[in-house]
Design a protein around this ligand. Structure first.
Ligand code: B12
Length: 220
C-alpha cells in the first residue's frame, strides 16, 4: 500500500508533499526513507503515463515536484554520512536523446557524500564527448543514467569505442535508471546495473576497497 506522501506525490498535491517532507525531516526521520516514498510516487506516475491516465504535463509537474522535495531532503542526507578523503573519480552522463536527470543527480549527491569526486556531464550527452572526457579525467568509474530505451545503442557505442581505444579495462562501468535491467547491462557491456542509487554507491565503494587491498598486498 502506498504511503500518504507517495499518494500525494502521484496526485501532484504540491503543498501537502512539501509540508509533509519538511515536517518529517524536522522530526528527525531518516531522509532516505522519505526519498524512497517520493521515488515510489514517481514510478507510479510513470505507470499512469504509460496507461494514458496522465499526459506529458503531469509527467513534467511530477518531475518539478520531486526536484523540490529533493532540495529539502538533500541537505539532511549529509548528516548521516562520514566525511573523508577522496575515494575515487566517477564520470556521470545521461546519453544523447535522454534528458531525464533526477536519478542521476541523486546518485551524484550520494557519491559526493561518500567522498567520491564526481564529474557530471549532464544530459543528452554526445557519445564522443564521453570518450573525450574519459581520456581527459581518467576516472575510476563511468556511470550512465538511462530512462529511455533509445539510449541503449549510444551507451553500447561508447563502451565499444572505449574497448577499441584500449581504455575499457581501466574503469568500471555502471548503468542505472528505472528502465534498466541486467539484460541491458549485458547488451551494452557494462559491469554493473541497478535501479537503486545506494547499490551503485556500494558497488563503487567495494571496488575501490578491493583495489586498495590489492595495491597494499603488491606493495605499491
Ligand atoms: C519525471 C519523468 C520525466 C520528466 C523528467 C524530468 C527530469 N528532469 O528528469 C520529463 C517530463 C522531462 C520526462 C520526459 C519524457 N519522458 Co519521462 N518519465 C519520468 C518518470 C515519471 C520518472 C523518472 C524519474 O525521475 N524517477 C525518479 C528517479 C529518482 O528514479 P530513477 O531515474 O530510476 O533513478 C533512481 C535509480 O534508477 C538510480 N539511478 C538512476 N540513474 C543511475 C545511474 C547509475 C550509474 C546508478 C548506479 C544508479 C542510477 O538512482 C535513482 C535513485 O535510486 C518516468 C517513469 C519511471 N517509471 O521511471 C518517465 C519515463 C522514464 N518517461 C518516459 C517517456 C516516454 C518520456 C518522453 C519520451 C515523453 C514524451 N512523449 O515526450 C519524454 C522524453 C524526453 C527525453 N528526450 O528525455 C518513459 C520511458 C519509456 C521507455 N521505455 O523509453 C517512462 C518510463 C514513463 C512510461 N512508463 O512510459 N519524463
Amino acid at each position: 500500500m502506498s504511503s500518504r506522501l507517495t499518494t500525494n506525490l502521484i496526485e501532484l498535491e504540491r503543498d501537502q508533499v512539501l509540508s509533509e517532507v519538511k515536517e518529517r525531516l524536522n522530526q528527525g526521520e531518516d531522509p532516505l526513507r522519505i526519498f524512497e516514498e517520493c521515488k515510489q510516487g514517481m514510478e507510479l506516475v510513470g505507470e499512469k503515463y504509460k496507461n494514458k491516465e496522465y499526459f506529458l504535463a503531469e509527467l513534467m509537474l511530477s518531475g518539478d515536484l520531486f526536484r523540490e522535495a529533493m532540495e529539502l531532503i538533500e541537505p539532511h542526507l549529509g548528516e548521516t554520512k562520514i566525511e573523508g578523503d577522496i575515494k575515487g573519480k566517477i564520470l556521470l552522463a545521461t546519453i544523447q536523446g535522454d534528458i531525464h536527470d533526477l536519478g542521476k543527480n541523486i546518485l551524484a549527491t550520494l557519491l559526493k557524500l561518500e567522498g567520491f569526486e564526481v564529474y557530471d556531464l549532464g544530459v543528452d550527452v554526445n557519445p564522443d564527448i564521453v570518450i573525450e572526457k574519459v581520456k581527459e579525467i581518467q576516472p575510476d568509474f563511468l556511470g550512465f543514467s538511462s530512462l529511455l530505451t533509445i539510449t541503449f545503442d549510444p551507451m553500447k557505442e561508447v563502451i565499444d569505442k572505449l574497448e577499441k581505444a584500449g581504455l575499457r579495462d581501466k574503469l568500471k562501468i555502471l548503468v542505472g535508471g528505472g528502465i534498466t535491467t541486467p539484460l541491458v547491462k549485458d547488451y551494452i557491456g557494462a559491469d554493473f546495473q541497478t535501479i537503486d542509487a545506494m547499490e551503485g554507491v556500494q558497488f563503487c565503494l567495494e571496488k575501490i576497497k578491493s583495489r586498495v587491498v590489492i595495491r597494499t598486498r603488491g606493495g605499491i
